[in-house]
Design a protein around this ligand. Structure first.
Ligand SMILES: [Zn+2]
Length: 401
């Protein structure tokens, strides 16, 4: 088998591309909740992870379409924009107040997209912080982070200084720089299908949430010490099949990337794990459009009609996510961060070499999600990926030759 199976296309293709036909939202049994950050997911009392990380207490509110600000997650405000200096050592910005730590996947303000504003092509801006486009008073402090021109990856650092840290993710992996490490053990997952709870659309991704109150579904081995608990999985995808993944392999982008987020219970809780370099382990799986689509994706995709709009959440029970693994357990590993604010650098990445295949219809289904609320105009949830960040001397190890 090819060392790196070829996905459909190379990077840097125009994003415009096709948009899948949009369908009217299917309400089904979905319930509506205030959307939270990608990782947030729990009702009050339980800590919430962000897509990336972050746990925050969530208080359900009736404010449909608004971000629930109760949990804090406000951005670190007023950090003046710095000139981009990708390789320069960071002078550490003042840490955000404790209550903001980990809450970052939420912002304190309601974001409203200015009418008529076009999507920015954030592919054009370098990961290292290409020229920032600022327009008038349009500051991040007034908006929630996202993937648009006015709140996208190039601007996250304004409110989340960690986004310019030394161990950010994703990265581009170049085979020539990878170090084979024969001491890397195989990894293995032991998942309890009964741990699956809900599926939701938070306006930034589609996420499945698992019960992680005890060692119920765990990941072990590989570069890890001890068992890490599965907390949630979510996806990043593009507006067309030639881009959408966050990690890039030898210049190649895949149509989507699945992240399975696990945390290390030795740190007490998820919020505690976010503060530790060995706190979180994410298994990353590339999705490639192909002729032998993986039927196992069906279960997630068939629920999508129930969570069409931001804030929708539906029951999602009895699901074993290990059915999504490719055949090969070969992986790359490196130390990095969440790819969404606040971009905590607590992640041991385990990126699987072999992609899984999805059909064009399955990708269209993902793109039929809306990042707007139920009573707002359809706004396709696409291109929710962060571009590669500076490697800054980190070494990527491979379990295979
Ligand atoms: Zn992710």
């Amino acid at each position: 088998m090819a060392r790196h199976p070829s996905p459909t296309a190379r990077r840097r293709l125009p994003p415009s591309g096709r948009r899948s036909p949009l369908r009217p939202g299917g309400a089904g049994r979905a319930v509506h909740r205030s959307p939270r950050g990608e990782d947030s997911q729990r009702p009050a009392a339980s800590p919430l992870p962000c897509e990336g990380g972050t746990n925050i207490a969530f208080t359900p509110t009736a404010a449909a379409g608004l971000w629930d600000e109760g949990h804090s997650a406000g951005p670190h405000r007023a950090a003046p924009a710095r000139s981009p200096q990708p390789s320069a050592p960071l002078s550490p910005p003042p840490p955000p107040p404790a209550r903001l730590r980990g809450g970052g996947h939420e912002a304190a303000a309601v974001y409203k997209k200015p009418p008529g504003r076009e999507r920015r092509d954030h592919r054009a801006a370098s990961a290292a912080g290409g020229p920032r486009q600022t327009t008038g008073s349009d500051t991040m402090a007034q908006s929630v982070w996202g993937y648009d021109s006015d709140n996208g990856p190039e601007r996250w650092h304004e409110n989340y200084p960690m986004a310019k840290g030394d161990k950010q993710s994703p990265i581009e992996i170049n085979s020539k720089d990878v170090r084979h490490d024969s001491s890397l053990a195989p990894w293995h997952a032991s998942y309890d299908p009964g741990a699956a709870k809900t599926i939701l659309n938070n306006g930034r991704t589609c996420r499945v949430v698992f019960d992680d109150s005890f060692d119920r579904s765990v990941l072990r081995g590989g570069p890890l010490t001890g068992a890490y608990r599965l907390r949630q999985l979510h996806l990043h995808w593009g507006s067309s099949d030639d881009h959408g993944s966050e990690h890039v392999i030898d210049g190649v982008k895949y149509a989507a990337e699945l992240h399975m987020v696990h945390w290390n219970p030795k740190h007490g809780n998820f919020a505690g794990a976010l503060k530790q370099p060995d706190g979180v382990a994410v298994v990353g799986i590339f999705l490639k459009v192909g002729k032998t689509p993986k039927p196992e994706m069906k279960r997630i995709l068939e629920e999508i009609d129930n969570i069409k709009t931001k804030g929708k959440e539906a029951p999602f029970q009895h699901f074993d996510p290990s059915i999504l693994f490719p055949k090969s357990r070969d992986y790359w590993t490196y130390h990095g961060s969440f790819t969404t604010p606040p971009c905590e650098e607590c992640i041991t990445w385990i990126l699987l070499r072999e992609p899984i295949e999805v059909s064009p219809d399955q990708m269209a289904k993902l793109r039929s999600l809306s990042k707007s609320g139920e009573n707002e105009a359809m706004n396709p949830l696409v291109d929710n990926w962060r571009p590669p960040q500076p490697v800054k001397g980190r070494v990527v190890r491979a379990s295979f030759k």
